[in-house]
Design a protein. Structure first.
Length: 206
């Protein structure tokens, strides 16, 4: 879990300072198996089972998203499948509601079940869909859309991150640079590293 003191997101230092400050292999890794984004983009890799992800969702992520917007950097999220019995169903629910008003309700309902209500993992499908229906996603809609081509593509894209990410929350810049969260000491460091990485080339170097 990425836990450093809560503080305001400040302006990053200039790119010249960052070039000597951040090093590949220490502060970030280069990922060569994904299609890079040409538009500056930060993707959070998270799991609804992860306590650190829940804490980020309720605090630092709100501030980070605001700062990214000011920098004209797009923000995305991708749900990881490697934690929890119902991770695949959670991923499917998030993928099929992405871009709709129900998406945030579904995500918050999933987080609430694990980290607020503390009921543990879902016991069966009936239990899972009770949570989903409270968030506005009916079981019939879930079953009707799980084989939708766009939903399947989203799930496939998210699952690809699992080859490179083994802990959450993690952050990837431009689908090319994976941040080593353990190397950072503050939110200012994260801002500065994101600024630096968005200016690096994203051409495929395989």
């Amino acid at each position: 879990m990425f836990a450093f003191p809560m503080m305001a997101f400040a302006k990053a230092t200039d790119s010249t300072q960052n070039a000597s400050r951040f090093q590949e292999g220490t502060h970030y890794e280069v990922v060569k198996g994904l299609t890079p984004y040409t538009k500056p983009t930060v993707t959070e890799l998270f799991s609804i089972y992860c306590g650190g992800c829940y804490q980020w969702e309720k605090g630092p992520l709100v501030t980070l998203k605001g700062w990214l917007g000011q920098q004209n950097i797009e923000f995305k999220q991708a749900h990881m499948n490697f934690m929890g019995t119902y991770a695949k169903q959670a991923t499917m629910a998030l993928a099929m509601t992405q871009g709709t008003p129900r998406h945030n309700s579904v995500k918050q309902a999933l987080f609430k079940r694990i980290h607020v209500e503390r009921k543990g993992d879902w016991r069966n499908d009936t239990d899972f869909f009770q949570t989903m229906e409270k968030a506005g996603l009916k079981q019939s809609d879930f079953e009707a859309n799980q084989n939708n081509l766009m939903v399947m593509k989203t799930v496939l894209d998210w699952n690809q991150y699992g080859e490179y990410v083994h802990a959450v929350p993690s952050f990837m810049v431009n689908n090319r640079y994976l941040i080593n969260m353990g190397s950072l000491k503050s939110h200012d460091d994260l801002n500065a590293l994101i600024t630096y990485l968005t200016k690096l080339p994203v051409e495929d170097t395989k």
